[in-house]
Design a protein around this ligand. Sequence first.
Ligand SMILES: *Cc1c(COP(=O)(O)O)cnc(C)c1O
Length: 344
Amino acid sequence: MSVASVIDLRSDTLTQPSAGMRAAMTSASVGDDVYDEDPTVHELEARVAALLGHEAGLFTATGSLANQLGVALHVGPGEEVLCDARAHIARAEMGAHGALHGVTMRTWVTNDGVADAAQITNLLEPDAGPYLVSTRCVALENTHNFGGGTIQPLPGLQRVTRICHDLGVKVHLDGARLWNAHVATGVPLDTYGRLFDTVSVCLSKGLGAPVGSVLVGTASEIARARVLRKRLGAGWRQAGLLAAAGLYALEHNIGRLADDHAAAQAFAEAVEARAPHAVKYPETNIVVASTERTKPAAVVEAAAARGVRISALGPKMIRAVTHLDVSVEDCARAGAIVGDLLAN
Ligand SMILES: *Cc1c(COP(=O)(O)O)cnc(C)c1O
């Protein structure tokens, strides 16, 4: 099977930069960003900060780095951050928060990733005294990746952030796919953004940029994050080439995320028609399905043989992620193939 006919739904990070995005990159004005002299980086950082209702932004190579910096701003060595047991910061950042910043973590457990204020309140220990670890930060994820692209309802976010702030606990948002939550709900980005002390957003997921995330916060926090970033060896020079792709993505690729959500819907409906109850209704661009009779790896392999690439996620789960390089029709076709495999 030729590469072109493969429908690749492993991740929304797999997209190729479009011709328009590449043109924006080649014509970008650049400077040395370690000297803080790259005008395109400045423009991207200011644009994202404004979109999210924050003072300042810092462009980073990855979302993992933006999350590391965000959490490290709030939590010192030997102090803790609370998060979901399947949060990206807990599962997919290679222990960086502990290994590099001495941060400890306690987690809560959910089915679908939706944060529950009462559950979090029970874990909060803002001033634990001389014998126990003190909570400095709560980290939430919206949308929730391993929960299946689930949206955190706004009232829940308002409740959790208010409880934390009343206790002097900071709140960081891993908003790698906050764009998807915004497009699906119509909640303005800054309504989400202003609830949190720091927010990270990815440009390289659904927005289709080749590289990059932005961390936002107060000007003084972002100045500290700049130092921490340099300490990690992650200062960069003419990064405006990459920032230009990010600016292009913000300009052209936010609204069209609705197409990815429709494609996820089409995929899920095609699965459901063949394997009833296997699939969870997708709220955004991530579809998870349970594989009760077969091992996920076997479903992944059989799908690949039929030209559809998906991921195994956990012992009984597969995941498909829609993005700007696959059409609604592709996704319906892929869903039919996966649905047949799950039905057998
Ligand atoms: C992809 C992702 C990130 C960042 O990932 P990087 O690969 O480090 O850019 C952070 N959080 C969530 C929820 C993600 O899905």
